[in-house]
Every structure is written in structure tokens, then in C-alpha cells.
Design a protein around this ligand. Structure first.
Ligand code: ATP
Ligand code: MG
Length: 775
């Protein structure tokens, strides 16, 4: 038997080596579902299945990358390279690049992210003269998204009186028209939103049997992780592709289904046996992740759900420590408890920051935790929220790049036509939009033909518009020969973007400039990576696709040794030694918005089950007696979920006297409140200081770890490198990790270093771009 198979127990081995036929593995958290999928892929390849014929769909691209790495360890790099693995969105975006022309989309179609989609909806609502307080963009967005995920096209919508009636009852009778206009505009712009990537794939596979046959024939073995969270659209894609060979293996846990609010359908698991003939059903019962205490606590919680499949989860791991429950007075206290506990545990047990995670129900909760971690100099990273690529300055640059590839891209055009300012006003843009809609042309085409059209735009402005189009056209010419990096750098300089950012000398302006530089570094890395793989395809198109689909979880930035902060939703499938679940309060968790029906409450409970089962060694639950929510201080009550854990697994650690007051740490947070009141008394609402702006958690914020020297900036590279970057110096590279300098060549802007990385590779890097940290 192959050596790696001995790393599975018997129950795991059986599905791993069942080569053919449909199968489903239903099993509790931490029982090795993802491991089975991984090993199964390696096994299939061992059995002679061509890696080209395997498709694996995961919940995040990061999970796919890790799986691929593991498979490469077993079967070798070159074999693993051809595997198609990734999220539904990234895999089908690739397929649509090849096949989208059947549906009338260009191969370089743009992917609209949520921000682009909502902007477009906002302008449609405005153009239609609708009341934006009734037609709220976000609500319209999620409504249209749910139509798409249920495969309700515009045509289907207008054939469904119930849906139309429901929208009319919700005072939105124009919903269907907005939907139609939105779809038309996306089509005209050569753009797909996230939901389209699934919807259009379904359309493609349904309308074009030849295309379907081609991909059925290609993907002879299909594997799906986290199957419980697939929506109807995803379900249909999988079913269509697997229909011919029926070699389909799905794994999931009904107790971890947490995306019903976004259309995930737990019935996809329950009905699997009906969909295919001769389905083999496997169960895994042994949990390898967590201690007995954690497994016991999680089991006792999920027992409270009525709707569930009966499952056994047990573990042979250590008993471990009970789940610790801690009460605080305020969210500031809660943050300090988390930070000090991490600090102490790290010291006492000699652990890394990355052994800890803080999970919360809503993004807004991260701020108090961040403050406390920062005060203790504990490096952390926030996952989720606004991703790097959604920042304004980054979107501005990528909008130029998108426009070069796809001049029909309306959102990209509107974003940069007058940024940096070129004297093209909003009225002109509105007129262009109206003209484009009227003539059935794109805005870009309207401008190209502006001299032949009868528009109320004066000649001066017309010239400015023509200059803009000429500028973009000149970039298009350059794109035919230059690589993505050279092009992007040229665009930032010649469009005036850099000049614009340079004008702003504020710290925020400097950060924005750094971010643009960081983006350019990213493109450089990407281009170099392609050259290494001898895969220099259309680098710009591929880079932009990666950008559009990058979730924050996927980006590996900064020092890897950090505490992870994220919502529970994002933590699915992950594991950490020590897990804090904060904000365990009624109305927060379970959320006030999810307590109307039993099924909503049960979904919250499953979410709690997911949170608890992320912990390997120790879980902490914290709650506070008062918390700022929606700008007001409110009394809070402990979450019902705490009580639902059997007593034998819980340890109430809250001291009668709250945490000792430490003026060094606490003063700045409490401002004018006397320490005694904070310490012993439940604070009165009126006397608490108003918190100023609840700053949104910014992404990629990594508090600088003390031991690191500051990153050498690309621009000042030669100066700082000359001093520290010598042969023998230890360095850290964002992508390649740690290494040692073995040679230095050239000077100034051309200086290069040859570095032997710990991962085994030796690379020659241009210092101007490498952004090395000298350790
Ligand atoms: P989740 O439901 O949270 O996604 P899962 O069922 O996918 O969990 P895995 O992540 O595959 O579980 O496994 C949980 C942990 O247990 C991982 O660290 C994995 O490496 C380890 N593990 C799984 N099976 C075994 C085994 N047979 N021997 C040793 N370790 C194992
Ligand atoms: Mg898993």
C-alpha cells in the first residue's frame, strides 16, 4: 500500500480508495473530510487518472492551494500542476474565458466585484428616477443576487407573478425593471458579476450541449468540499458536469451549513442519494483536531438543533481543558482579556501568535480587539472586510487596466474618465450614459464617434473626451507588446495618477502611494511567476482575474506569525490551537436578525458549532455586560449558547473582581472615567464616554512586530540596502519566505541579489521590486 494511505484510518481509507462512482461523505467537524479529498486526488493520480481529468472545488482558493501543495508533496510538482482546483467562482471564470463567446461575451470580460455591481445599480436607480430610500442599493443587490443564485433570470422573473407581487408588496414594483436594466448594462459592458459566473456557466452548459459534453469528458472525476454550503446554481453545475461519468465525490457536514442566508441549500446534501444511482455513503466519526472537552462541548451544543442528521463525533485526543467562559464589563475589557490571555499563554506555553485566533459574529467587533492587541504589541491580521484590491487607489489603477482590456467596461470608464481631473464633469458623463443607452453603444464607442453624433456637449469638452480615448488607445497599443508590469507602471505615471497621489502629502496620501507601489510589486511578482512557469499568457487579463476573485483569505501578506481575526463565517474549514469566540451575547450571537424562526436560530447555532470546532487545544468564550452597538451603549446578556453547553465541559473563569486595572494599558481607552468605577461597578449608560467614530476595520492591517526592522521601501532601496543587504544577510520575502543572500550584483536601480530561500529555491531578484525585509 502506498505510504501516504497509512496516514488514514480505516473509515477514511474506504472512500479514499473507492476510485469510481458517486459517493458522499457526511461527517462532523475535524474528522478528516478535507484530508480524504486531498488523499483521494493523490490516489486517483496514482491509479493512472490523468490530472487533467480531475476537478476539485473548494471553499476558498487558499484551501485549494494548500491541498495542491499537499498533493504535490505526494505525487510530485509537475503532476499536480495540471489539476483544476479552486472555488466555483475561479474555476468557472476560467471556463467562461474560453467559452463565454457562445453567450456573446468577449474573452476578456470584466468581473464586476460587489462594489462595481452596487455602483451600477445605484446609477440605474438614479437614472430611473426612483426613490433611493425605498430602492436601497444593498437590498436590491442582494435580491438580484438571490434571483441569480436560484437561476431566476429576468425572463423567468417576469413570468413569475408571485415574485413580482412580493416585490410590489415590499414597495418595490420596479424591481424587475431594475433587474433587466442591470443585466443589459452588464452585458453591454462585457462584464459579469460574481453571481453571473455561476449563472452564465449554467446557461452555457444548458444551451450548448457540445460544450457540456466537452467538459463532462474532461472532468471525469469531480470532488467538492463543504458541499453543505453549495447553492442551487452550484449544485446544478456539478450535477451537469458529473452526469456522464458519475465519478463524483462530495464531502460535507450538515451541522456546519452556515450560508443559507446567501442561498446555500442543505437539501443538496440530503438529496444527493436521489440524484445519482448507487451512491455510496460514508461516515467518519473520529475527530483528530480537538480535545475531548471541545468535542464534548460542540456535540452538546448541536444537540439542541432539531433539524440534523444523526452523527457521532468522538476523539482519542487528550481530555484537555474545559471551555473557558469569561465575563467583562465592556468590550474594551473584553479586548484586554483576550490580549492578556494570548500574551500569557504564549509565554507560558512557548507558542506562536499564529496559534491563536479571535472569531466574532460581525466585523465591527474587531476594533476593540485590535486596540488591545496593538497595546500589547501582539501582531495580528484582520481577514475579511475591505480587501486590498477594493481600496480606492487600487481600484483606480485597476480600472485603467480593465479599460485597456475591455473598453466597454462602463464602471471602469466612469471611475477614471475624470480621475485625475480632466475637466469632464458629471453632467457630461450623464449625457454620455444617456447617449450610449439611446444608441445601443458603449460609452467608449460614443466618444470615439462623438463628432458624428448630435450631443449637447461643447467642443472644448469634446476634445477632452477625445484625448481620454486616445490615451486609453495608446495603452492598448502598448499592451500588445509590453508585459503587465511595464504597462501598469507606465499607466500610473502617464495617466497622472502618481502625480495626483504625490500632491497629497498627508499620512493617508503616503499610504495610498505605498499601496499603489505594492500593487505594482504584486504585478511584478505575478509576471515573474509566469515567466518561471513558462506560462507567459495574457498576463494582464490573468492578473485582473486573480484580482477580481481574490478574497482576503487568499492573500499571503506580511509576517506569517500573527494572531488571526475573522468572522466565524470565514473561519470555516480552518483550525487554530487556541480560539477566542468573543461577543457571546444575546442579540449579537445569536444575532438579533436571526431569531425570528427556528430555522434561523438553528443556523446561528450551527455557526456556533463551527466556531467551537475550530479549536484544537482550548476554546474561550467571552461576553460583556454592556456594549456599544449602533452608537449606543446597551446592556447585554450572555448568549443562550453558553448555557447550552453541558456543565461538564465549561469552566466559568470570570473573576468576581474584574481584571486588574492597569493604567499603562487602560488610560487612553477610558479617557475621563475613573478607574474604580470601571473596575467594580456596572457603568451607567449616561456616564460612559461616547466613542468617537467607529472606525471600520481596515484590511491587511498588520501591527508591526517589534523584532522586525522596517521594510526597505522600493524607492529608497539602494540607500538602505547598501548598508544591510550584504552577502550572508538573512532576509524575508513576502512570497518566498525567509532566505539568505548569497550574491549581490549591480548597483542602484539595477541591483540584484541572489537569495537562497529556506524552501529550497534560489532566486535572483531585482532589489527595486523585491521589497525584502532584512532580518
Ligand atoms: P472541517 O469539518 O472543519 O472542515 P474536516 O473534516 O475537513 O474538518 P480535516 O481538516 O481534514 O477535517 O482534518 C482535521 C485535522 O485532523 C487536520 O489537522 C488533519 O490533518 C487531521 N487528521 C485527519 N485525519 C487524520 C488521521 N487519520 N491521522 C492524523 N491526523 C488526521
Ligand atoms: Mg474540511
Amino acid at each position: 500500500m502506498e505510504k501516504y494511505l497509512s496516514q488514514l484510518n480505516d473509515a477514511q481509507l474506504a472512500p479514499t480508495i473507492q476510485k469510481d462512482g458517486p459517493m458522499i461523505i457526511i461527517a462532523g467537524a475535524g474528522s478528516g473530510k478535507t484530508r480524504v479529498l486531498t488523499y483521494r486526488i493523490a490516489y486517483l493520480m496514482d491509479q493512472g487518472v490523468d490530472s487533467f481529468n480531475i476537478l476539485a472545488l473548494t471553499f476558498t482558493n487558499k484551501a485549494a492551494k494548500e491541498m495542491k501543495g499537499r498533493i504535490a508533496d505526494i505525487v510530485g510538482d509537475s503532476e499536480a500542476k495540471n489539476l483544476w482546483m479552486g472555488t466555483f467562482h475561479s474555476v468557472f471564470a476560467k471556463i467562461l474565458r474560453f467559452e463565454g463567446h457562445h453567450l456573446g461575451f468577449p474573452s476578456n470580460f470584466t468581473i464586476y466585484d460587489t462594489q462595481d455591481s452596487q455602483k451600477l445599480m445605484g446609477s440605474i436607480i438614479k437614472e430611473m428616477g426612483l426613490d433611493k430610500d425605498i430602492y436601497k442599493t444593498k437590498q436590491i443587490y442582494s435580491r438580484i443576487s438571490s434571483y441569480k443564485n436560484s437561476l431566476i433570470t429576468v425572463k423567468a422573473y417576469f413570468k413569475n407573478p408571485e415574485l413580482m407581487e412580493a416585490d410590489a408588496m415590499a414597495r418595490r414594483p420596479k424591481m424587475g425593471e431594475i433587474y433587466k436594466e442591470y443585466v443589459d448594462r452588464c452585458f453591454k459592458a462585457g462584464a459579469m458579476d460574481f453571481d453571473d459566473l455561476l449563472l452564465r456557466t449554467n446557461e452555457l452548459l444548458t444551451r450548448f450541449p457540445n460544450v457540456l459534453a466537452q467538459y463532462q469528458n474532461r472532468f471525469r472525476y469531480i470532488l467538492v468540499d463543504e458541499y453543505q454550503d453549495t447553492n442551487h446554481s452550484q449544485y446544478l453545475i456539478v450535477r451537469a458536469l458529473a452526469d456522464r461519468f458519475q465519478n463524483i465525490c462530495v464531502v460535507g457536514d450538515d451541522a456546519q451549513s452556515i450560508y443559507a442566508f446567501r442561498g446555500a441549500n442543505i437539501n443538496n446534501i440530503l438529496n444527493f442519494q436521489k440524484d445519482y444511482d448507487g451512491v455510496k455513503m460514508y461516515r467518519l466519526e473520529q475527530n483528530y483536531r480537538s480535545t475531548k472537552m471541545i468535542v464534548g462541548a460542540a456535540n452538546s451544543v448541536i444537540e439542541h438543533n432539531k433539524t440534523k442528521l444523526d452523527k457521532i463525533v468522538w476523539t482519542a485526543n487528550d481530555v484537555g481543558e474545559k471551555v473557558k467562559v469569561h465575563r467583562s464589563l465592556t468590550d474594551g475589557d473584553e479586548g484586554r482579556y483576550v490580549a492578556s490571555t494570548i500574551w500569557e499563554t504564549k509565554m507560558n506555553k512557548q507558542l506562536h501568535n499564529s496559534d491563536f485566533a479571535v472569531l466574532y459574529r460581525t466585523n465591527a467587533q474587531s476594533r476593540a480587539i485590535e486596540d488591545a492587541l496593538r497595546k500589547r504589541d501582539i501582531p495580528y491580521r484582520i481577514y475579511g472586510g475591505l480587501s486590498f484590491y477594493q481600496r480606492k487607489e487600487i481600484k483606480d489603477v485597476t480600472a485603467y487596466l480593465r479599460l485597456i482590456l475591455n473598453p466597454s467596461d462602463e464602471e471602469a470608464l466612469k471611475r477614471v474618465i475624470n480621475y485625475p481631473a480632466r475637466g469632464i464633469g458629471q453632467t457630461t458623463i450623464d449625457r454620455l450614459v444617456v447617449a450610449a443607452n439611446g444608441y445601443g453603444k458603449t460609452i467608449f464607442e460614443v466618444i470615439q464617434n462623438i463628432d458624428n453624433l448630435d450631443l449637447k456637449i461643447n467642443n472644448g469638452t469634446k476634445n477632452k473626451l477625445k484625448d481620454f480615448v486616445t490615451l486609453i488607445e495608446s495603452y492598448q497599443v502598448m499592451n500588445q507588446t509590453a508585459n503587465a508590469f511595464d504597462l501598469a507602471e507606465h499607466v500610473t505615471k502617464t495617466s497622472g495618477l502618481i502625480r495626483e497621489l504625490n500632491k497629497d502629502g498627508t499620512p493617508e496620501g503616503v499610504t495610498r502611494m505605498d499601496n499603489v507601489q505594492e500593487l505594482l510589486n504584486g504585478i511584478k511578482d505575478f509576471v515573474e511567476g509566469q515567466i518561471e512557469l513558462a506560462d507567459a499568457g495574457d498576463s494582464l487579463a490573468e492578473f485582473l482575474e486573480d484580482v477580481a476573485l481574490a478574497t482576503d483569505l487568499d492573500a499571503d501578506k506580511g509576517d506569517p506569525d500573527h494572531v488571526a481575526l475573522m468572522t466565524i463565517h470565514l473561519a470555516k474549514g480552518l483550525e487554530f490551537g487556541h480560539v477566542f469566540i468573543v461577543g457571546m451575547e444575546e442579540d449579537l450571537f445569536p444575532s438579533a436578525m436571526s431569531m425570528n424562526t427556528r430555522s434561523e436560530l438553528e443556523e446561528e447555532r450551527r455557526l456556533f458549532y463551527v466556531a467551537l470546532t475550530r479549536a484544537e487545544k482550548q476554546a474561550y468564550l467571552t461576553y460583556t455586560l454592556s456594549r456599544y452597538r449602533w452608537g449606543k451603549l446597551i446592556d447585554a446578556e450572555p448568549s443562550r449558547f453558553i448555557e447550552e453547553i453541558d456543565d461538564e465541559y465549561v469552566d466559568i473563569v470570570t473573576p468576581l473582581k474584574e481584571q486588574r486595572f492597569n493604567p499603562m494599558l487602560d488610560e487612553s481607552i477610558f479617557g475621563d472615567i475613573e478607574p474604580n468605577r470601571v473596575r467594580f461597578a456596572k457603568p451607567k449608560v449616561a456616564k460612559m464616554p461616547k466613542k468617537t467614530t467607529k472606525s471600520k476595520p481596515e484590511n491587511f492591517k498588520i501591527s508591526a512586530p517589534k523584532k522586525m526592522k522596517p521594510v526597505a521601501k522600493a524607492e529608497s532601496a539602494s540607500e538602505s540596502y547598501d548598508e544591510k543587504l550584504v552577502v550572508g544577510a538573512k532576509v524575508n520575502h513576502q512570497r518566498f519566505g525567509r532566505g539568505e543572500v548569497i550574491k549581490i550584483e549591480g548597483k542602484g536601480a539595477d541591483a540584484k541579489a541572489e537569495i537562497k530561500f529556506q524552501k529550497g529555491e534560489t532566486k535572483k531578484l531585482l532589489l527595486r521590486f523585491a521589497k525584502l525585509q532584512v532580518l
